[in-house]
Design a protein around this ligand. Structure first.
Ligand code: SF4
Length: 459
């Protein structure tokens, strides 16, 4: 793992500066409420964080919000120019500390994989730096959009909140006044009065983005649930109409429920379409976590995606949290024995995405669902389960050598998760976990105890 990190850091330093990241030169990202952010790592989505870190601010100190600010005004705002200048000087912008902290811990940061992947695709950082004015101004040509077009969603995942899901609002109205644990209360705060879910209907926003289509190389849609947003479909139809579809790749985070033949027909026109389907477990456990999903629909749509033309590359994205880590071996058993043709088979930078299994990322927020909260006995049980499962994987899954040796998303990832889990203890969060789950279950008329007997002693 370290070997990958060192190589990638060397490449970045040789071609730019040690703290260079390609994103401030090519990328524009939105939050579901229309605020522009530097990227999704600088400004983590979800409840409970300080939502202002990593937001692009305008000269009046307020976040650039696309209900009222145009994308190109924000692109060369003092904030964006300052981030570029800081990186050009070899320093770390204050919004970017998360990436550098991760790298110090030996984790592949978003800065590393984005910058080196874009370089593999032909981006030349030295030319970009030459083309940047001394004050940090850069040309109005966006290559990469990360669009979260509102919080409209058809599910209300247990780890989500009204920030990212409209479906959560009704439950939140009942739950929020009942919460007593101070930390759970704080993390479940949401200002329903100030949330604007209409900003993505702003015509000036789309006028400017439509004019960027000739420069675009990648558009990433997440949500809310992106497939519910009508402007998403209009935008990709316009790309096809303009003829620029052949040089644009699309990328999605979706719950996969609304994938249909009509959409697949449209995707066939693009250079590449990467569809990350968020699935956290199988059968009833996924239905609970991604409430109220029907497993049969998710599984059927995954098979539909698996039988599409080769430009469409499906993968499974899994958020590792208290609700699913004990079940992960069973989930991966399902994945392996489902014999998908191409789910998670894509190779990027010489390694298989998600190690050929599923893409796993740790859930940090809300903290009361984080895996460090488990008591020591549960942690030991999880470690044992993983080690037993390792033997099954070796015997039954057709994984290449890199999975066991060098792929940072292979077995290294499993071990990194265990090490992370054991590196700190937060049992003090367990009362908050119990309160949150018990009260939410009562509102939804479901029972975590019944679906997750392995967690019953904590509920
Ligand atoms: S360094 Fe990290 S946080 Fe900063 S823009 Fe790049 S990816 Fe985002």
């Amino acid at each position: 793992m370290k070997q990958f990190l060192n190589q990638w850091q060397e490449t970045i330093t040789e071609n730019a500066t040690p703290t260079f990241c390609v994103l401030p030169w090519i990328h524009m990202a939105t939050r579901p409420n229309g605020d522009m952010r530097l990227c999704c790592s600088a400004n983590a989505s979800g409840a409970g964080t300080d939502h202002t870190v990593g937001l692009v601010k305008m000269e009046n100190g307020q976040p650039a919000n696309f209900a009222t600010t145009t994308p190109l005004d924000a692109w060369n705002s003092d904030y964006m120019k300052s981030v570029r200048r800081t990186m050009m000087d070899g320093n770390i912008p204050s919004s970017c500390t998360k990436c550098f902290d991760e790298e110090n811990k030996g984790v592949v940061s978003k800065r590393m994989w984005e910058t080196t992947s874009w370089m593999d695709r032909g981006i030349k950082p030295s030319e970009m730096l030459n083309d940047t004015h001394l004050d940090g101004t850069y040309k109005n040509e966006l290559k990469y959009l990360d669009l979260r077009l509102g919080h409209t969603c058809n599910v209300k995942c247990v780890m989500c909140s009204p920030h990212d899901s409209s479906k959560w609002v009704a439950d939140w109205k009942v739950l929020a006044p009942q919460l007593e644990d101070p930390e759970v209360k704080r993390q479940m705060q949401w200002d329903k009065e100030s949330f604007n879910n209409k900003w993505h209907e702003n015509e000036i926003f789309w006028d400017q983005l439509y004019k960027q289509i000739p420069f675009l190389e990648e558009v990433y849609f997440a949500g809310g649930e992106p497939l519910m947003i009508k402007e998403h479909k209009k935008f990709i139809e316009e790309i096809v109409r303009s003829g620029h579809n052949t040089h644009i790749r699309l990328r999605y985070n979706t719950n996969g429920i609304l994938v249909d033949e009509e959409l697949i027909e449209l995707w066939k026109h693009f250079a590449l379409v990467k569809v990350g389907v968020s699935i956290d477990a199988h059968t009833d456990r996924n239905n609970y976590i991604r409430y109220p999903t029907h497993w049969e629909t998710v599984e059927r749509n995954l098979h539909m995606l698996d039988n599409t033309p080769d430009n469409i590359r499906p993968s499974i994205a899994t958020a590792i949290q208290m609700f699913n880590i004990k079940h992960l071996p069973d989930f991966i058993h399902w994945k392996v024995t489902s014999n998908f043709r191409k789910v998670n088979t894509e190779v990027v930078k010489n390694v298989q995405v998600g190690g050929g299994l599923v893409n796993m990322h740790l859930l940090y927020i809300p903290t009361f669902l984080n895996i460090q909260n488990f008591p020591n006995d549960d942690k030991a049980e999880i470690r044992d389960k993983f080690m037993q499962f390792k033997g099954w994987l070796q015997d039954h899954a057709n994984l290449d050598e890199t999975f066991w040796q060098s792929n940072p998303y292979g077995w290294n990832r499993w071990e990194a998760m265990l090490n992370y889990m054991d590196s700190d203890s937060h049992v003090e969060r367990l009362p908050g976990f119990k309160e949150y789950v018990t009260k939410l279950d009562a509102i939804r008329g479901i029972s975590a105890k019944a679906v997750f007997p392995e967690l019953a002693h904590l509920l």
